[in-house]
Design a protein around this ligand. Sequence first.
Ligand code: ZN
Length: 241
Amino acid sequence: MPISRRSALAALPTLAALPAGAQTMAIPRIDQTTDMLGVIDVQPDFMPGGKLAVAGGDQVVPVINRLLETRFRHAFATQDWHPAGHSSFASSHAGRQPFETVQMPYGPQTLWPDHCIQGSAGAELHRELAQPRIELIVRKGFRPEIDSYSAFFENDRRTTTGLHGWLQARGVRRVFLAGLATDYCVAYSAEDAAKLGYQVVVIEDACRGIGLPAEGGTTIDAAKRRLSAAGVAFLTSDALA
Ligand SMILES: [Zn+2]
């Protein structure tokens, strides 16, 4: 059923509180002063052929570019940025394989193939990503002893990246998220943003997930359930006006 612009606007304040499923009915109108797009880890190492390839990862680039060129005036990006020998790499743990889980001082940590090593080509922002409206690039995962999925906090869920302070200083109230991967860095960013009091929208067709096996399906299913319960809305890019 089509929704008029007026009713869509009226629905805005409660968008994040809508139950899962109903959220796709709302058509948010971008407010260029309080809305911002977050572009998560759009880096070659997460694309097909990269060191930690996400299936279809390259397909998010044109969708995000369209959002940057026609919808959002302001955006930030994150860049996974590890030193060689980072503790999240399976190669740093004797006898361990990528995608196994180990216990770190801050909790469980999935081990990954070596990826996004500082200064390497795979760690660059994707060369086709439209950058003029990306006003801040948050690098994360640079502390050797701790991983950082979220744009807001490292994996101890306490060490801040500083993004929250920047968004507050910019007057941002609603964060739209796109990029890679839906079930890790996008999901952790969305969850933290919601906890910090932002309204959060994940733009589903502008994201792709890794999809490791998880209880009741994959890590993508699990992330979507967790985020929906936290009040995060899921929309597709063509629903944004
Ligand atoms: Zn990483």
